[in-house]
Structures are given as C-alpha cells and as structure tokens.
Design a binder for this molecule. Structure first.
Ligand code: FAD
Length: 386
C-alpha cells in the first residue's frame, strides 16, 4: 500500500471561532427576519437572491480569492466555517454555492483576465449563479464519453447536444461545461474535451425542468442548438479538459456540505427526546455524534491541506464517500431512534415532517458529485490497489 494517504491533524485557529460567532449572529438575524426557517428543509423555493447579496456584502463569498477580483484573501479554514454554519442552519445557499465553491476557482485558474475582472466580483457580491454542465444522457460517471459538440466557427464555437441533471440551470447566469472539440485518440480516451464558460438565458439554450421525488425542482435537462460561444470563453487547454478536472474535485468533494445535508433530523431528534433521554436514545445519539465528529475532523484536515497548497484528491474522495453514506443513512437511523419518542411529545410532528423529506432526499446523496462506486475506484487507484 502507498504511504500517500494522509490526514494532517488540522485544528481551526482562534480567528475562525470569532468568524463563526459573526456568521451565527448574521444567520440568527436572517431567521428572525423570516428569510428562512431552519426547521423547514423542504421549503419550495430554495433560491434566495436577496439573501445571496447580503452574504456577499458580508465578504463571505469568494473569501479565499485575490482582492483584485473582489475576494478577501482569507483562508480555506475560514471559508470552511462559513460553509459549515450555513449548512447547519439550513440556509438557502443555492444561488451562490456552486459559484463560490467551484466555478470561481476554475475561472481564476483558466479564464482570460477581462472575464475574471467582469465575473468574479459579481460572484463575490452574490449577484450571479453558476451551473456545472458535465453529465449527459449516457455519460454521467464516464465523463470522458461526453458527446455534446463544440464545432469551430468564425470567432468561436457552435454548441450542439444535451446536458442532463444540471443543478440550478433554470436560475443560472452562467454554466461551466465540458464539450467535445475533437475525438479521443487511441493512446488517450480522455483527449478531446474542452472546458467552456457559457452565458445562460440566451437563444440556442433550452432548459427543461426535471422533477424530483421530494417535489422540488433542483436539476434540469439543458439542450444546446447551434449555440454560439465566443473564442475567449474557452477555459484552459483545447482538448485538454481532463488535465484540469482533478484539483477541482478536491474542492468539490470534501466540504461540510458532503455530510450535513440531512443533519437537521439529528438536531430535531435531540429536541424531540428532550433533556432526559432514555438509555437507548442517548446511546444512539452519542454514536451518531461521535461519527460526525470524526468525519468533521477529516474534512477540516482536507481544508487545511488545501490551504497548505496540497492536492488531497484521495483524502477528499474518502471524506465524500464516508460523509455521503453517513448522511444518507442518518434519516433511517433517526427514524429507528424516534420509535422511542413518546407519541405525545410536542415536537414530534416537526421530526416526522423532516424525516419524510430527508428519506426522499437520501438516495441522491451518493450520486451527486460522483457516485460512491466511482469514488471508491478513485480511492483504490490512489492507494495503488488497482
Ligand atoms: C441531485 C443531483 C444533482 C446533480 N447535479 C449535477 C450537475 O449540476 N451537473 C452535472 O453535470 N451532473 C449533475 N448530476 C449528475 C451526477 O453527477 C451523475 O448522476 C453521476 O455522475 C452518475 O452518472 P449517471 O447518472 O449517468 O449514472 P451512471 O454513470 O450510468 O451509473 C449507474 C450506476 O453504475 C455505477 N457505475 C458507473 N460507472 C462505474 C464504474 N466505473 N465502476 C463501478 N460502478 C460504476 C454507478 O455508481 C451507478 O450506481 C447530479 C445528480 C444528482 C442526483
């Protein structure tokens, strides 16, 4: 086995705890003002443009980015704390989350300067929303089989084809997508894909909603028909998108969002059992909290390694694997433990409502952002096992 697997024992510095207090105070004000209800994860509209702008005004979007692009040059650990508090409070982060986590860093690395100067400050102000266009019908896990074509034309490219499961495409201002610019070679089946910046809400792009079992509208099918993308919207190397994917994935895979999506059922269970839980409930909750604590330490460790300029791709994949399986099982474990909560408990109704929603949410958690099976393949390769 390789010695490459490593979780540095990172602890959050004191200034992070100060920031945590600020974020909590801000969120408490938002809840008091009625922006969102933390006990209602199943609200119909998770998109909150004004809230997004207020988060931006606090300086909590693009926190780690250079100041010249509107960022704050703060650390990944500080960003970690903001993300964690937003998730724990169930804040409506849909509008800014992808841009802040993923799309901004891709632009910083690969976009021309004029595009960076135009778009990055708007992300930092919470004004714009991004989508990720990777999956296609018949190529989800196997990203490098993508078929949507980008054909060279005067001054740019014409796009034809279909993306699917595209989260937030119906509200997004931009998408970062991969399109096929040439065929794979015999030596390299991953060759031939290029990353592009796509301006949404234009003729040539049709966004078709896909409903989910929860009743929410989160993702879409996106159809491109002779859609024009200008030359300077190519991000990075033509035909070389495969070289750009790995470091992006470390950002995507290891954050607190990867184990906190159903967290609300745990806090609701604690509320429902009250201050004097029976032995079985106390033991069950203790076990869940211990697991959560361990995962969080691993996730903070990855954030610390990113801060130190490392690329902990395998460690990030491990956090996502363990984290998403845990958050997927959490509603079921909570349901088992809730069997011991008195029928007459005053807040049992909220728990039942939340469980109904969380159990319907659970299946997607080990699919979005890369399936468990595929992640385990990456981990095995990283450990030298295949
Ligand atoms: C809520 C949600 C939001 C999403 N948002 C986006 C988005 O914004 N943008 C985007 O591009 N995509 C998005 N996706 C798509 C997601 O990334 C894909 O669904 C995922 O990559 C799986 O692809 P697939 O659905 O084509 O399944 P397939 O790749 O067909 O996989 C089917 C099954 O086969 C298994 N499998 C496939 N290949 C292997 C292998 N090599 N080894 C072992 N097992 C394998 C998989 O684990 C899975 O169980 C989202 C998905 C969900 C559920």
């Amino acid at each position: 086995m390789t010695a490459a697997l490593r979780f540095d024992p990172i602890r959050l510095p004191e200034k992070c705890e100060q920031l945590r207090k600020e974020v909590r105070a801000f969120l408490a004000e938002e809840i008091a003002a009625g922006t969102f209800d933390p006990h209602k994860p199943n609200r119909e509209d998770t998109d909150a443009p004004e809230f997004s702008r207020r988060v931006g005004a606090k300086g909590w979007l693009g926190m780690t980015w250079p100041k010249k692009y509107g960022g704050q040059e703060r650390s990944f650990l500080e960003r970690y704390v903001v993300t964690e508090e937003m998730r724990v409070a169930n804040a409506p982060t849909r509008r800014f989350f992808v841009a802040d986590r993923q799309s901004g860093p891709v632009l910083i690395k690969y976009a021309p300067e004029n595009i960076k100067m135009d778009i990055l400050p708007r992300i930092c102000r919470g004004e714009i929303c991004f989508a990720i266009g990777m999956s296609e019908p018949n190529s989800g896990s196997d990203l490098f089989a993508a078929k949507t074509r980008a054909t060279k034309t005067d001054g740019g490219y014409l796009i034809n084809g279909t993306k699917i499961w595209t989260s937030s495409a119906h509200i997004a201002d931009y998408m970062i997508a991969i399109f096929r610019t040439s065929q794979p070679t015999k030596e390299n089946r991953r060759h031939g894909l290029t990353q592009f910046l796509v301006k949404m809400k234009q003729p040539g792009i049709q966004v078709n909603p896909i409903g989910q079992i929860t009743g929410q509208h989160e993702f879409n099918e996106v159809v491109f028909t002779d859609f024009f993308v200008p030359e300077d919207h190519v991000l990075g190397e033509v035909d070389g998108a495969w070289k750009q994917a790995t470091s992006e994935l470390a950002y995507e895979r290891s954050g607190p969002e990867r184990f906190l999506e159903t967290y609300y059922v745990l806090t609701e269970l604690v509320r429902a059992v009250g201050p004097n839980p029976d032995t079985r409930s106390a033991e069950g909750i203790g076990r869940l909290v211990a697991q959560l604590h361990t995962m969080r330490r691993m996730s903070v460790s990855v954030a610390g390694m990113l801060q130190a300029g490392k690329e902990p791709v395998v460690e990030a994949s491990i956090v996502k694997d363990i984290g998403t399986v845990w958050e997927q099982q959490l509603p079921h474990r909570v349901r088992d433990l809730a069997a011991f909560v008195e029928e007459t408990a005053t807040n049992r109704e909220t728990l039942e409502r939340q469980l109904d929603f969380a159990i319907k949410t659970a299946p997607k958690l080990t699919i979005q952002g890369g399936t468990t099976e595929v992640l385990r393949g990456i981990i095995a390769r990283g450990l030298g096992l295949r």
